[in-house]
Design a protein around this ligand. Sequence first.
Ligand SMILES: *Cc1c(COP(=O)(O)O)cnc(C)c1O
Length: 380
Amino acid sequence: MKQEQPEKIWLSSPHMGGAEQQFVNEAFETNWIAPLGPNVNGFEKDLESYLGNQHAVACLSSGTAAIHLALIMAGVEAGDEVICQSFTFCGSANPILYLGATPVFVDSEPDSWNICPNALEEAIKDRIKKGKKPKAIIAVHLYGMPYKVDEIHAFAKAYDIKVIEDSAESLGSTYKSQKCGTFGDFGILSFNGNKIITTSGGGALVCNNTLDKQKAVFLATQARDEAPHYQHSALGYNYRLSNVSAGIGRGQMQVLDLHIGKRREMNEFYAEIFDEMPGVTIQSEFDNEVFSNFWLTAVLIDPEKAGFTREDLRAGLNDQNIESRPLWKPMHLQPLYTSSPFYGDMVAEKLFEKGLCLPSGSNLNFSNRERIKSVLTNFR
Ligand SMILES: *Cc1c(COP(=O)(O)O)cnc(C)c1O
């Protein structure tokens, strides 16, 4: 007889705080069922205040849409080259292709697992030598871990190249006490269903001034010129966030810091378990200048020392109906991007080969954790 499966434990599932429904109800009661309205304005204000009130935020339909608009506003056009961290989700890189531009991928470094300053400089120099200076750099704070902001932005400044800071996974993380998402010429956030806060689907563009925000909103609402009829001189997009979704976002902002605390507790929970297991290393803050929201806890497994592989562990968890997932497969290894240039070595490739993301949601309760722990501690 087939045994009944225990309840599924997800990698990162939505976690409502309680106030979301009330904001959504207000949208219904006032009939603001549109891609604009009081919740959109309110959510933008909440985000601006959370990020330190030095930035103007435009809420959009997704993080990918935010990267697309950031590239346009950075002046990227067809035929241009854009540098992008290779170790990331495709949402970071695909908008380069939307524009007919060419991605140039750069490897990671072992401390943060994010874009490597040395490989970045090599890429910039070589592209310039080949006749084209890259128009922008897309750097990513993966799994909530800040990249080496000072080093990366110093190179960008020295070569006068704009930085698009992909903070889709790092809302609430900080570098030298400053919030991730606020360092670049543009920052981007995602509120997809699996992110640290969710609006079911959504994203935001973080701008350094209100003029940039106005331009982003103009482009995100089909680039309508001022006229009583519909008049268009520029190519626009339908990228604004719904007022219903923004209501969920306003509720989520009330519990963001609480939920970061819980994600960090999950990271400690795993750190304790793996402390006693040879061959398993957990991603941790690489110096005291960085603070990670630990959106996902990730580990690297050295099969020689551990006695099992990443895939063994993933299968073992899956047998108990517990979801885990290999780290991002680098973009330069994706079939879609085989013809794109790549600078670096094997760092991202090794991370992909050995790495696994573990259930990290802020809503995992004691009994969920006991089930995970029992698989991990009895593994070998
Ligand atoms: C989720 C994510 C995106 C894209 O965000 P969407 O809202 O899903 O479009 C971009 N970059 C990274 C690193 C992400 O994790």
